[in-house]
Design a protein around this ligand. Structure first.
Ligand code: NI
Length: 181
């Protein structure tokens, strides 16, 4: 296992559509090593989600791990470490809610993005078995953020009000106190 380098906005690989994994590939040593490295990398950088393209591997695979209140996103629902291979999204309710998103590939910034808050995700686990997750609220946002990486998109593409793209330090100093009022 190893910590990989996370590529940053401007690297062309972040803008490419990743390819699906063949079911027989999912059980390969190579993919298991990639996932182990992605977990190490996520823990080392201190994030809640990571998609394979962020470590310059152009495959449709993402991990999410949210341990309750300990995140830099405040008090949120938790999700044990989950691997999503070849995910697809079905929007169960198109009503949106906004969050101040951040991204390990766009370090130091936060941006306000509105997304649907109730989705169903169909994917495969590391054994190649189909799995379904119904995600709501912040978890739905986190998943859609990671899913975007598989399609070469970044959260900043969804920002409709450019005054709501700010540095993290200023977010903590000016935006957060207002949100907490
Ligand atoms: Ni990201």
């Amino acid at each position: 296992m190893a910590v990989r380098k996370i590529i940053r906005m401007g690297h062309p690989a972040l803008r490419r559509v990743a390819r699906e994994l063949q079911v027989e590939e999912i059980g390969s040593d190579e993919i298991h090593r990639l996932v182990a490295d992605m977990i190490d990398t996520l823990h080392d950088y201190g994030g809640i989600g990571l998609a394979a393209p962020q470590v310059n591997e152009p495959v449709r695979l993402a991990i999410i791990e949210i341990s309750g209140s300990q995140t830099r996103y405040g008090d949120v629902d938790s999700l044990p470490l989950t691997v999503f291979v070849n995910p697809t999204i079905e929007i169960l309710n198109s009503a949106t809610c906004g969050y101040w998103e951040g991204c390990l590939s766009v370090p130091g910034l936060r941006g306000f993005v509105e997304r649907p808050q109730h989705i169903k995700v169909t994917s495969r686990n590391l054994r190649g078995e189909e799995q379904n997750h119904e995600l709501e609220g912040f978890l739905a946002t986190v998943f859609q953020h990671e899913f975007d990486h598989l399609d070469g998109k970044l959260y900043i593409d969804h920002i409709t009000d450019s005054t709501k793209l700010v540095f993290e330090t200023e977010y903590e100093r000016y935006v957060l106190p207002e949100e907490e009022d």
